[in-house]
Design a protein around this ligand. Sequence first.
Ligand code: GLY
Length: 359
Amino acid sequence: MQAQKTLNAIPANNNNLPRNIDKGKTDWRYVNYKDWCSGFWPGVLWYLYEGTQDEKWKIAADKFTQELKPLAEHSGFDHDLGFMVFNSFGNGYRLIKDPAYKQVILKSADSLATLFNPKVGTILSWPGMVKKMNWPHNTIIDNMINLELLFWASNNGGSRRLYDIAVKHAETTMHNHFRPDYTSYHVVVYDTVTGKKLKGITHQGYADNSMWARGQSWAIYGFTMCYRETRKAEFLNFAQKVADVYLNRLPTDLIPYWDFDDPAIPNAVKDASAACVTASALLELSTFIKNKPKARIYRQKAEAMLQTLSTSAYQSRGVNDAFLLHSTGHHPAGTEIDASIIYADYYYLEALVRLEKMK
Ligand code: GLY
């Protein structure tokens, strides 16, 4: 229903990938394939196809996925290449095995790998911030998600080096990106010459030492995925540590405030997108845990999050054409605050499809 309304409203030009609907507005703000959020709308359509097997979603998903094809020819301009290509072409290839999709994924994985700095042991997340912010080698926690592109490529005809880069990035992040209580910094800045960590700071969170909700969600999701891909016990243990601190500090409706340490809580805005990422991650994490009571808790929490997100408090319904309300993109910059954002819809749907398969 919501996705059909979005499809009907999409303009016939090449700036037509829905990204967000600001609070109080009713229309999507659209972006083109170069935006970091470009892969989420095709991804939503692929999940709708997977969930319903209705060909109309496949046709739409393919149409919007094709729009991102120029990314195959782009150099490694940003770690976001992973979000852009894997959510669109990655989901598409998983479902329809189009060989042309596979070529885009493999080329993009090689581009992403050019950002890896072996001295540091991580991917440079934001090349654009090197000069602008004087962050010589910067890695953000969000980058964990994009390792999936490297794992996939390595397992599907790409180089073994892609796997090694992904593992090294995850290990280095595990050692440098977290405080003793397992809460994540948003950004870690490294010295390019020595490879040493210079500082842990924030960009999108409340403060350098605060727990930015979506950052912690990326960590839960990322380390769970790294365990799936490597079966290394340290990633599974770490995924539980970063999940537990998040779960222990949630408000009663299980949808986090945008930053767990905003002093304005309980009057701060929420971030439904973090809840969607976490719900999807916890469902997967619950399948890996041998300790049955703990696995049950992760699954119950994920289901309870999805239940809250499915109530009128969070559903967009007649308000606008997105699935969900109340996500927060970049609070310090004053953008996408208490808004509908396409990546919330993407991970919400991913979680629902995962849950359906687990039943
Ligand atoms: N990866 C950007 C964000 O989570 O806002």
